[in-house]
Ligand binder design. Structure first.
Ligand SMILES: *[C@@H]1O[C@H](CO)[C@@H](O)[C@H](O)[C@H]1NC(C)=O
Ligand SMILES: *[C@@H]1O[C@H](CO)[C@@H](O)[C@H](O)[C@H]1NC(C)=O
Ligand SMILES: *[C@@H]1O[C@H](CO)[C@@H](O)[C@H](O)[C@H]1NC(C)=O
Ligand SMILES: *[C@@H]1O[C@H](CO)[C@@H](O)[C@H](O)[C@H]1NC(C)=O
Ligand SMILES: *[C@@H]1O[C@H](CO)[C@@H](O)[C@H](O)[C@H]1NC(C)=O
Length: 737
């Protein structure tokens, strides 16, 4: 826990778009959205749609207009987002639609920029978001079981989904009201867990579908990864490739709700990168083979501010290797190459919408063409387009991942690089090839003037490195007490489940007990040459083990066994276990049963008369850290702590707060804190919770010397950062905005 409090105020992102529209004004002429087997019908016209995933709470309202503008410039027609139930209803019945959670403002900004919005309500969203978006209070509803045919769960889910749909309708944000919302999603990837719930799972999905459609939102609903979705819901594909996907009815169009253009990572993980040539190949193949709506997950990933990262162990950055990087800057050549791709697909749109399905032509053993040609004006043509030539578009694909191919198509010869698609908007001239990156090719490394924070011994050495530090030399510190720190503690027999006590209002929970060690035990160890150990059968995510105020060791993992040798003295010994969650589980069946802390026995092994089962003892519980609960990281709360000057030779407690002031750097560039000299904790600037930090390095192996775009991508391909801390830079200004 380090608490740099600064005097800085960032004004990085301009906000100019919003004032053009007053509340109640129309963003569009009202239009209906329906669909046929080929595509969505926007005002009765088929469309090929490019959608850009941007999660509003992973950015700040100040960043939103710029992100939306960059998505539009990049060729997006649609902005996609989940909703985040635990952000919107942190306490049951108390709603929050402010600040980063101002969904209405976000949707209006999308509308005012002329883009459509695809709202994935969930409300289970996974999303590498804390608890998959579920509020932790949901666990405490008697008899509840999540995401199954369970009346208490269904009632809560219905209430939240209704709340969102009604809010959107009241704000006139659906297309038929002149708003930007054209598409909605209920549930999320339930097909992955449905079998775990048996018949109740199928009943639940039918209930969810009927409940959603019954809300009268007036636009189509989708379910992703739901091959048994009912007839009135479009089932869609999520994945790295979706060009072979077929919905479960020939009346439904082919949608790709999550095109994974990168991946997320954990503390101690490598950084994933998806090559843009392969990504463009996947998108081109999708439209080539009849797809009509494709959404980048993510187009902008952003930041898991505060404690919103899911888990276990997801890092604070949610950069995702997206076309727009965490700090809102274009990630090249990804953004540019996709922009060119979208322009090429747009040139094909009149032909793509004019036919019901493409004409397939085999060009070679691993080469194929799909041609979209319709003579005369089709039912779906735009009346403004002229001439039959513009009604023919073709895609030529070389799926061979090793060899260049020369193919004959319509009397001409085309050369296709391996693992690539050429797009011919007029069936003749190549407008784009997915493997030829025409956009800016060099990857622009972000140059940060990084303010450096440091541990005590390194402080003076690093502060002025590069002459780029904005952190003052003067630091103050205060120790966090080990163990109980207030009379908001309570004592009960046995080990309580972590989340049942913290309700996730903090990562931290103290378990405190006192044990008696006899002289016989001590002499037994001395004679035997053995050591007593504190053993926890199973625990997650992190435990710090203290005996008599001394840190004995730590355990890290998801439901792992911990055996920690400990130093004990004759007589009474204080045992204090600091249990931490590092992002609640966000994926899998039975989330409500997962919880945190300890399972099985907590025992002391190696005693003269066998093991001592500490689980049976009385334990005293204390939620959170003192400095955290007193909010000493805020300007108001900061006086509550007895800060002292940090000296280099001072003996530091394992749990400490640090504070300093720094001047805001000039200019409008992003600013990051470089926390590579720290270990693990949380950081605040100006009282804003930046997030968790951790310098856990990834393993040495697994990184490739070079990245070959050819062939199927998975998240272990093209990773970087081996042997280094997963994240060292933390976005400061966005978190303030
Ligand atoms: C949308 O459809 C509804 C119901 O079919 C109809 O009443 C309404 O006029 C349509 N709106 C537009 C803008 O076409
Ligand atoms: C957590 O509390 C609930 C009651 O709110 C109880 O049903 C459940 O058994 C508890 N979980 C554990 C692991 O103690
Ligand atoms: C403090 O930082 C120095 C230099 O970065 C490093 O060598 C040392 O191991 C660090 N100490 C701790 C306790 O992290
Ligand atoms: C723990 O709570 C008890 C009862 O409220 C109180 O007497 C005791 O002082 C508390 N412990 C600390 C360290 O504040
Ligand atoms: C140490 O203790 C163990 C378990 O009680 C016993 O089996 C072993 O013989 C002892 N070893 C010595 C050297 O006393």
């Amino acid at each position: 826990m380090k608490a740099p409090v600064s005097q800085r105020w960032c004004l990085i992102f301009s906000l100019f778009l919003m004032a053009e529209f007053a509340i109640g004004e129309l963003f569009f002429e009202p239009f209906n959205v329906t669909y046929d087997h080929r595509s969505l019908l926007i005002a009765n016209r088929r469309r090929m749609l490019i959608s850009a995933g941007v999660h509003y709470p992973r950015a700040t309202p100040k960043m939103w207009p710029d992100l939306i503008a960059k998505a539009k410039e990049g060729g997006a027609d649609v902005i996609e987002t989940y909703t985040f139930w635990n952000g919107h209803e942190p306490i049951r019945g108390e709603y929050n639609f402010e600040g980063r959670y101002d969904l209405v403002k976000f949707v209006k900004l999308v509308g005012s920029s002329g883009l459509y919005l695809f709202l994935r309500i969930g409300p289970y969203v996974c999303a590498e978001w804390n608890f998959g978006g579920f509020p932790v209070w949901l666990r405490d509803i008697p008899g509840i079981e999540f995401r199954t045919d369970n009346p208490p769960f269904k009632e809560e889910m219905r209430r939240f989904v209704t709340k969102i749909v009604n809010l959107m309708r009241e704000e006139r944000l659906f297309s038929w009201q002149g708003g930007p919302i054209i598409l909605l999603q209920i549930e999320n990837e339930y097909g992955d867990v449905e079998n775990s719930y048996g018949k109740k799972g199928r009943d639940y999905i039918n209930w969810a579908a009927n409940m959603a459609v019954g809300l009268g939102a007036g636009v189509p609903w989708v379910m992703c990864k739901q091959s048994d979705a009912p007839e009135f819901i479009i089932n869609t594909c999520n994945g790295y490739y979706c060009d072979g996907f077929k919905p479960n009815s020939n009346k439904k169009p082919i949608f790709w709700t999550e095109d994974w253009d990168g991946w997320y990572t954990t503390w101690g993980g490598r950084l994933p990168h998806r090559p843009v040539e392969d990504l463009a190949f996947a998108v081109a193949r999708f439209f080539e083979r009849g797809g009509s709506l494709q959404n980048y997950y993510m187009y902008f990933g952003g930041t898991n501010f505060g404690r919103t990262a899911g888990g276990p162990f997801y890092i604070t950055s949610y950069d995702y290797d997206a076309p727009i990087g965490e700090y809102g800057l274009l990630s090249q050549p990804k953004w540019g190459h996709l922009k060119d791709l979208h322009a090429a697909i747009k040139l094909c749109e009149p032909a793509l919408v004019a036919v019901d399905s493409p004409h397939y032509i085999k060009l070679g053993p691993m080469q194929e063409a799909h041609m979209y040609r319709k003579s005369g004006y089709g039912k779906w043509s735009r009346s403004s387009e002229s001439g039959d030539e513009s009604r023919c578009s073709a895609f030529l694909a070389n799926i061979d991942q090793h060899k260049v191919a020369s193919v004959h198509f319509q009397g001409h010869i085309y050369t296709l690089p391996p693992w690539s698609v050429s797009i011919l908007p007029d069936c003749r001239n190549v407008a784009y090839n997915t493997a030829k990156v025409g956009a800016q090719t060099s990857i622009k490394e972000l140059e940060f003037d990084a303010p450096l924070l440091s541990n005590a011994s390194a402080l003076q050495n690093v502060l002025h490195q590069d002459g780029a530090s904005y952190i003052s030399e003067h630091w103050v510190t205060v120790d966090e007490p080990v163990g109980l720190w207030s009379d908001h503690n309570f004592t009960v027999p046995g080990i309580l489940e972590h989340l049942n006590v913290t309700k996730d209002f903090s990562d931290y929970l103290w378990y405190f007990t006192r044990i008696y060690i006899s002289g016989e035990d001590i002499s037994f160890w001395k004679k035997n040459g053995t050591h007593p150990a504190l053993t926890i059968d199973s625990m997650r995510d992190v435990v710090h083990i203290f005996v008599n105020q001394q840190l004995e060791g730590r355990g890290v993992g998801r439901w792992v066994k911990v055996v920690q040798p400990v130093e004990l003295q004759e007589g009474f010994n204080d045992v204090a276990l600091l249990s931490l969650t590092v992002g609640l589980q966000n994926y899998g069946a039975f989330l409500e049963k997962d919880g945190g802390g300890f399972r099985g026995q907590v025992k002391l092994t190696g005693l003269k008369n066998g093991d001592m089962d500490l689980s049976k003892l009385s334990w005293t519980y204390q939620v959170g850290l003192k400095g955290e609960m007193q909010e000493i990281y805020t300007l108001d709360g900061n006086d509550k702590a007895a800060w002292v000057d940090l000296t280099i030779d001072g003996i530091k407690s394992p749990l400490s707060w640090y504070k300093t002031y720094f001047d805001a750097p000039d200019g409008l560039d992003p600013v990051a804190l470089d926390l590579r000299s720290m270990a693990k904790g949380q950081a605040w600037v100006n009282g804003h919770h930046i997030g968790r930090y951790w310098t856990l390095p990834s393993s040495q192996g697994g990184c490739q010397r070079s990245c070959d775009y050819r062939g199927k991508y998975d998240s272990s391909k093209c990773t970087t950062n081996c042997g280094k801390p997963t994240q060292v830079r933390y976005d400061v200004c966005s978190s303030i905005g």
